[in-house]
Ligand binder design. Structure first.
Ligand code: PLP
Length: 374
């Protein structure tokens, strides 16, 4: 199994088949897959990785352990995805890599971002942890860049309990990722003799997936497209119920974007359409009282986190890890202001969704500024 046989190989074939990703490799977590990705790029110390300010930290934090640095840039106010103009403005002569997250399942602006990366000679990593089965103009996320990584941790729409996936169309990057996280087995079997020479030890780290996690991943692969399609249908139904209500907007889905599973469903409260003095807290409390499992989103901006704003307590990285927050983050502020999250779980039905829709309608009408059409 350490050589990629058995359930490990089976899971990797399912990843290729279901997600359309070439040469997939399994890892012990998404974080480990991203660590292997940054090691695989083999960039000069001090090289910069640019990523969105609102991603989960592990999209970029493993770069800390690879002698790299991170620049955080603004996102688009409608989707929360990396803003191409902010990316372009942040590039310096040290920049070598861009990492995008397809935020909450919405594909990032890949046309512009791939164009920028090609023109400026930058590697592109796609973090698809939130976006299994999402597509942009029919193309699966994870197939636009040089490397794709996804988390298969318990909360993700394709879970292995804990786990991660890696894919790259470039054999050299894939081989280096093998060496970064695996040893013996598949590391000794690499086609590239220069890398296979290190197969006995790899690069000294062990980041491969537990076989039991692969079994869980395989079980959860069963019916995945159907499960995600039915979740999407429910959330689209909720979106249609929110359209036109005062004080609340459903999440934006841009033309050409197809949501896979919608990792988290986040409407936005618009206070300017509600009575003066009404707060987001008050709106949220009312919909909660009406039975909607709504709450504030759990992850904030990376700009506030000490790992990205203060000297890191790790001397090995002191010379290279000097994260830069390339603000202002007006896009992130517009995106996140008034965002709430509605939990829609497996087992929820159209009736559940209609009850949530009714609750939003009642609250919006009760708090609206001025008369509202029935
Ligand atoms: C966008 C994103 N990237 C990376 C990760 C890290 O994955 P893992 O928890 O499997 O290490 C997560 C996990 O929550 C995530 O949401």
């Amino acid at each position: 199994m350490a050589n990629g046989s058995g359930v490990i190989g089976e899971l990797e074939r399912r990843i290729e088949h279901l997600l359309g990703l070439p040469n997939p490799l399994s890892f012990s977590s998404g974080t480990a897959g991203l660590h292997a990705a940054y090691l695989a790029l083999d960039l000069p110390p001090g090289s910069e990785v640019i990523g969105p300010v609102n991603t989960f930290h592990a999209s970029v934090s493993p770069a800390l352990h690879c002698g790299l640095n991170v620049l955080l840039v603004d996102v688009q106010p409608d989707t929360g995805n990396l803003c191409p103009a902010a990316l372009e403005a942040a590039i310096t002569p040290l920049t070598r890599c861009v990492t995008v997250t397809h935020h909450l399942g919405h594909p990032a602006a890949m046309e512009e971002i791939t164009r920028i990366c090609r023109r400026r000679g930058l590697y592109l990593i796609e973090d698809i942890s939130h976006a299994y089965l999402s597509t942009l103009n029919g193309q699966p996320v994870g197939t636009f860049g040089d490397i794709c990584v996804g988390s298969m941790q318990d909360r993700k729409s394709w879970s292995a309990g804990e786990g991660g996936l890696f894919s790259s169309p470039h054999p050299q990057l894939r081989d280096r990722a093998v060496l970064a996280g695996h040893y013996r087995g598949r590391a000794l079997a690499l086609d590239n003799p220069e890398l296979a020479a290190y197969g006995e030890t790899g690069l000294g780290l062990k980041m491969r997936m537990h076989p039991l996690a692969a079994v869980v991943g395989l079980a959860n692969a069963e019916g995945l497209p159907e499960r995600l399609a039915s979740r999407r249908a429910l959330l689209e139904r909720l979106g249609r119920r929110l359209v036109g209500l005062p004080g609340v907007r459903p999440p934006v889905v841009r033309p050409g974007a197809s949501m896979g599973g919608w990792f988290s469903y986040r409407p936005q409260i618009q206070l300017d359409e509600l009575r003066p003095g009404v707060t987001v807290d008050a709106y949220l409390a009312r919909v909660q009282d009406a039975g909607v499992p709504a709450h504030y989103p759990s992850i904030g901006s990376l700009a506030q986190m000490p790992l990205f704003s203060e000297a890191v307590p790790l001397r090995a990285a002191a010379r290279t890890w000097r994260p830069r927050r390339c603000g202002p983050f007006h896009g992130e502020t517009s995106y996140s202001t008034g965002r709430i999250s509605v939990s829609v779980a497996e087992g929820d039905t159209e009736e559940t969704i209609d009850a949530y829709g009714d609750a939003f309608a009642d609250v919006s009408r009760a708090l609206a500024d001025g008369p509202v059409a029935a």
